[in-house]
Design a protein around this ligand. Structure first.
Ligand code: RRO
Length: 310
């Protein structure tokens, strides 16, 4: 592959800036192998919990060209399953990122410690699952979030990143961005699906997904402008000191270029994989390489955060 597209997350080198967003096509060993064989730069696992979970009742995922809506409810095979397959997946020679979530603070530490002893390359601490009935989103408690990350970071020899939801106020982003720089978080993934999305099948006069009052996390093209602003503001308030993985509505090379200009070093694909399958990685890499050549970009890094003021 073209060296032009190479990027870095911490000390990890990715041949291309394209990853999957955690949750999409990454729950079983078979899915993970398929992702690793595709034109990905690294692979993120489905968010894992201490025990396996079935997740919410179906139907719990709906998608079309412009958006996806999910209330999966954290279905996963449990941390021990992922630890049992990770060594074998190292043969693909791509960075492997574990995503973890707990229901209490101590569960995050328990999981992080297990991952720390494994051959995973990095931990993405998921503080932003929108679909746990009766439970809030950790990441909206800034103090608690920073404390969890600080404690994990202290004990971890792996890269430690965090997956965040969108914030509504610049002040929240400023505060969090500054704290994340202080505690030296290695990467920030922005954004998880937007909480509280809904679609109605007007013919059936019903919701399109069943759990949680038919309401779930919204992703896809419709959230791209919102996600770009989050990436831009985290980059702006951290003065370019955070490594950012942009997620939300990436469908083509131009989208990746936009995320890079806003401040991302890599991007995650979610809804576009659901719509187009794993072949989309190759397509987007080709489109991005073409854009780089046309614009005479020598390497991806020189374009990170280089959006021009009007
Ligand atoms: O499994 C889910 O319901 C889920 C998770 Br953990 C997440 O982080 N984001 C999302 O949209 N769905």
């Amino acid at each position: 592959m073209d060296k032009l597209l190479q990027t870095k997350i911490g000390n990890l080198i990715l041949k291309t800036p394209l990853l999957n967003a955690s949750g999409v096509w990454c729950t079983t060993k078979k899915e993970l192998e398929e992702l690793l064989k595709a034109d990905t730069g690294a692979v993120v696992f489905k968010t894992m919990t201490i025990n396996p979970r079935q997740g919410n009742p179906k139907p719990r995922l709906y998608f079309e060209k412009n958006f996806s809506l999910n209330s999966m409810g954290l279905p996963n095979l449990g941390v021990d399953y992922y630890l049992s397959i990770v060594d074998d997946l190292k043969k693909f020679k791509k960075p492997l990122i574990a995503s973890i979530a707990g229901f209490k603070e101590e569960e995050f530490y328990f999981l992080a410690e297990k991952i720390n002893k494994s051959s995973f390359d990095a931990i993405e601490v998921n503080l932003s699952c929108p679909n746990l009935e009766g439970k809030g989103i950790f990441a909206y408690d800034l103090k608690k979030s920073v404390s969890i990350l600080k404690n994990i970071k202290k004990k971890s020899s792996k890269l430690v990143g965090v997956k965040l939801p969108p914030y509504n106020q610049r002040g929240e982003i400023k505060e969090l961005a500054e704290r994340l720089v202080e505690i030296k978080v290695d990467f920030v993934t922005l954004i998880n699906s937007l909480p509280l999305g809904m679609e109605i099948d007007w013919q059936k006069e019903s919701f399109v997904i069943k759990p949680n009052l038919g309401i779930g996390g919204l992703g896809g093209k419709v959230i791209k402008p919102l996600a770009l602003a989050q990436v831009y503001l985290f980059n702006y308030f951290s003065q370019g000191k955070l490594t950012i993985i942009g997620v939300g509505g990436v469908n083509k090379g131009e989208d990746v270029y936009q995320y890079i200009l806003a401040g991302a070093s890599a991007v995650g694909l979610g809804t576009s994989i659901l719509n187009q399958g794993l072949k989309i990685f190759k397509k987007i890499n080709q489109q991005l390489a073409k854009i780089f050549k046309e614009k005479k970009v020598n390497n991806l890094k020189e374009k990170i955060g280089q959006i021009k003021q009007l």
